[in-house]
Design a binder for this molecule. Structure first.
Ligand code: NAD
Length: 472
């Protein structure tokens, strides 16, 4: 939490409504001073963030090991390197992004000129989730700083080591009159949400997303909601199966052991092709994680016992009994569940009724692959959808008719790493998007500015409204 003197402090100190409004007041004062709007301030803070990554990689790796047993490679590649790149892109493009965009005007306003000026919203709140706790906290912060806002970051209490490291590092490296961390759980977040923010950026599940949006509505505060969903993978039979299997495994178990918002949630393939797909997945899984994956150091653990029990329940459902064709081993004391594949699960089973967010991969089978599109479109719109196929017609149909936050053809999850693509959901998977320039835009108001001079004042808009004017 933050204390009176404006320092970032530990969550053990009381963070009540009074402390919260004081914090927001101070940040509003800083914002009103104009400090965060300057190009120089934005660059200095982006450079300070980049320095955090350069100086502290071992500490970041350790924090994520404590929170999730996250393999160091996944931390370095998917959290630190992604953030470094976001900073690099923002630093390189910032001048260009900040430059007002000249736009055409119409005859109605002739003579005139016009431009779109990007202005910071003001003081923004960023609430992040536990699964990629470093990336999901700081990637939006990069956008908020680039756009010239003052920021409060509330990391997830479910990744406590990362939360306290973020509080320490941002306290040590950043301008604390404009950028602050508040640690805490539901109580602290609820207190924060009572304040009037200029923008709220939330990453997490849709239930809390609704709480955030309702709180924001009280002040008409705009929101970005980065939520989840059930991301499907459609697998055709005319593919390089070994490559497809490896890419599915990398997106599922290689991304925090399935605890990633864009991890494949389930596969849809034909009854005929499913056994071949299962065999190849098994072979490649064994190559990656060995014969005893519960012991593999290359797989994250389940984050806590609540999630372990939730995932266990999905496997205990009568509707999927006898459907496990690979894995299914658990070690509750270590919060480990092995990569698990279930074949031919019914659509009304528990595992198909919620986002899995873990190492379980059900396979749904259909008679004809084209049916998979109807299966996807009959559910909530997912955050991502994937297809492996070389059939041009099917590929085009998939891109045209499947509604999802993002799509990847012949791979999984990699669209996240392309900063020229917007990252965000649609429908129940989210509101708004970010990454690259989209992050800058997410934290900027696009102000319309029309310039007129005193020449050319003949206008039909001045009374008297004569018939001659009406005929014009
Ligand atoms: P979480 O439990 O860490 O919660 C997210 C944040 O909400 C935390 O900071 C937490 O303190 C706060 N919170 C929790 N309950 C609250 C309440 N009642 N009121 C106010 N704040 C509250 O994370 P989670 O929700 O378990 O995250 C997993 C979900 O997030 C999945 O659905 C996943 O798909 C989604 N997700 C989406 C993205 C994305 O970029 N779209 C990224 C990661 C995760």
């Amino acid at each position: 939490a933050a204390n009176d003197s404006g320092e970032t402090t530990s969550k053990k100190e009381a963070f009540d409504a009074e402390a919260c409004s004081l914090l927001v007041r101070k940040l509003k004062e800083t914002f009103a001073s104009g400090k965060t709007r300057s190009y120089v301030w934005r660059v200095s803070q982006l450079e300070a963030l980049a320095k955090i990554f350069d100086d502290n990689q071992p500490q970041i790796v350790d924090a994520l090991r404590d929170d999730l047993a996250k393999p160091p490679l996944e931390t370095v590649v998917y959290e630190v390197a992604m953030l470094r790149n976001s900073c690099k892109v923002a630093l390189k493009e910032l001048k260009h992004w900040m430059t007002p965009e000249k736009v055409k005007t119409s005859m109605t306003t002739f003579p005139s000129s016009a431009e779109i000026v990007s202005e910071p919203f003001g003081v923004v709140l960023i609430i992040s989730a536990w699964n990629y706790p470093f990336l999901l906290s700081l990637d939006p912060v990069i956008g908020a700083i680039a756009a010239g806002n003052a920021v409060v970051l509330k990391p997830s209490e479910i990744a406590p080591a990362t939360s306290s490291l973020l509080a320490k590092l941002l306290g040590d490296y950043m301008d604390n009159s404009s950028i602050r961390v508040v640690e805490g759980a539901v109580d602290e977040t609820s207190t924060l949400l009572q304040q009037k923010w200029d923008k709220i950026f939330y990453t997490g599940n849709g239930r809390v997303g609704r709480v955030v949006m309702a709180a924001a509505a009280k002040h008409l505060t705009p929101v970005v909601l980065e939520l989840g969903g059930k991301c499907p993978v459609v697998v055709d039979s005319n593919i390089n199966l070994k490559v497809a299997a490896r890419r599915i495994i990398a997106g599922k178990w290689g991304c925090n052991n399935g605890q990633a918002c864009i991890s494949p949630d389930h596969i849809i393939t034909t009854k005929e092709y499913a056994p071949k797909l299962v065999d190849t997945l098994k072979t490649e899984l064994e190559k990656f994680y060995g014969k005893n994956p519960l012991e593999s150091k290359d797989l994250s653990r389940i984050v806590n016992s609540n999630h372990f029990n939730r995932l266990s329940k999905l496997l205990d459902d009568d509707k999927v009994s006898g459907k496990i064709v690979y894995g299914g081993e658990k070690d509750e004391s270590k919060l480990r569940i092995s990569p698990t594949i279930l074949l031919d699960v019914p659509q009304d089973s528990l595992i198909m009724s919620e986002e899995i967010f873990g190492p379980l991969l059900p396979i749904l089978t259909v008679d004809k692959l084209e049916e998979s599109i109807d299966v996807i479109n009959s559910g909530s719109k997912p955050l991502a959808a994937y297809i492996f196929t070389t059939n041009k017609k099917l590929k085009e149909q998939f891109v045209r008719t499947v509604s999802a936050g993002g799509l990847v053809v012949n791979d999984t999850t990699l669209h996240l790493a392309v900063h020229t693509l917007p990252f965000g959901g649609v429908g129940e998977s989210g509101v708004g998007s970010y990454h690259g320039k989209f992050s800058f835009d997410a934290f900027s108001h696009k102000k319309a500015v029309l310039y007129r001079s005193f020449i050319g004042d003949a206008s039909v808009r001045y009374p008297p409204y004569t018939n001659t004017k009406l005929r014009l």
